[in-house]
Design a protein around this ligand. Structure first.
Ligand SMILES: *Cc1c(COP(=O)(O)O)cnc(C)c1O
Length: 343
């Protein structure tokens, strides 16, 4: 919803009459983001009538960050082809690997091209609370809109998404409505401004801000920032444990944040058979989940399946990762043995 509100606000600034005329007969507005962007952006574009084809994906470098040279070139090519480049979406912490796009450079491209600059910082934006890693979000302050979640790295109960729009006037020009049944009385005590329906899509809505407020009041951003730093250190610790087995565990690097991706490639199996190894890791992950040790997930890099460990619990300790790796190796040996026996 934060993405929808951001992109709707951006759209209204480019198509001043979009609320009356819709998207018919308008220019072809194009949005740019890396191939690592979360699907919520494409979904928002579909809902808002842009269509998913209005998203032009830009490749990533070896650190999974957007290739800015390719971005510049694509924008230029699109302009030459009569399209209207309109929005750049940067990622502060990709869902797959926790990578940060170069936000300073994206801001400067957006500024030069007179485009809207949106940032998806779902969990990564909050690294700003960790003094040792806040440099990762440098440039975030230049965004026209920023979406992030309190229910991820601020540990609030689901759901509590947040969107910040630089210019409040843009928000009300996109959403404000004037209805007789919503008129406030000057000195009554109900219906005070602002009406939240003037700032987004919903009228009646939950009081999500309350749990965020209490989380901040109870713990303070210093302690919350420390928890974020702890998770990042735990990710590095997990890498150090796994790297003891690098003859058969392949780790995706760099590990920038709190996400560790790896896959096991047993020497006993045909390691050149990608499908077999994918299947092995997928089954291994299910074993780990069923064993009750941890809930990891999977993702793909270069179309190969990896086990993905995303560390966001404030209760995690280093010892948890000793237990995890021991459990992983136990599940691994069991699965390997049962495979060899069935051969
Ligand atoms: C989790 C995540 C989302 C989706 O957020 P929800 O709160 O689950 O809707 C979007 N982008 C990124 C980068 C994410 O990590």
């Amino acid at each position: 919803m934060a993405s929808v509100i951001s992109l709707a606000t951006a759209r209204r600034q480019f198509l001043t009459n979009v609320r009356q005329d819709g998207m018919i007969n308008g220019p072809r507005l194009i949005v740019y983001a890396s191939t690592e962007i979360h699907v919520c952006i494409t979904k928002a574009l579909e809902l808002l009538g842009f269509g998913s084809k209005s998203m032009h994906f830009i490749s990533v470098d070896k650190n999974f960050c957007i290739n800015t040279d390719e971005l510049r070139q694509t924008i230029e090519d699109d302009r030459n082809n009569g399209l209207l480049p309109f929005c750049i979406v940067g990622c502060a912490g990709t869902v797959n690997s926790g990578a940060f796009d170069n936000l300073v450079e994206l801001a400067s491209i957006a500024h030069k091209e007179k485009m809207w600059f949106h940032i998806d910082g779902a969990f990564g934006a909050l690294v700003i609370l960790d003094p040792e890693r806040c440099h990762l979000v440098q440039g975030i302050e230049q965004a026209d809109s920023l979406a992030f979640d309190f229910h991820k790295w601020l540990h609030c109960p689901y759901d509590a998404g947040c969107v910040l729009i630089r210019d409040g006037a843009h928000l009300s020009s996109t959403f404000s409505v004037h209805q007789s049944y919503l008129a406030a009385t000057e000195h009554g005590c109900a219906g005070d401004k602002p009406w939240f329906c003037d700032l987004g899509t919903e009228l009646s809505r939950q009081f999500r801000a309350l749990k965020v407020w209490f989380t901040l009041k109870e713990h303070g951003i210093k302690k919350l920032g420390k928890k974020i730093a702890d998770n990042c250190q735990q990710a590095q610790y997990l890498v150090s444990l796994l790297s003891n087995y690098e003859d058969f565990i392949q780790i995706i690097r760099p590990v920038t944040l709190n996400v560790v991706n790896f896959r096991l490639e047993p020497n006993e199996l045909d390691r050149s058979n990608d499908k077999l190894i994918d299947e092995f890791n997928n089954e291994l992950l299910a074993d780990i989940q069923i064993s009750g040790i941890a809930i990891a997930s999977t993702t793909r890099f270069c179309n190969r399946l990896y086990i993905r460990v995303c560390i966001v619990s404030h209760r995690c300790t280093f010892e948890d990762f000793d237990i995890f790796v021991a459990g992983l190796l136990k599940c691994y040996r069991l699965r390997l043995r049962s495979l060899q026996q069935s051969e």
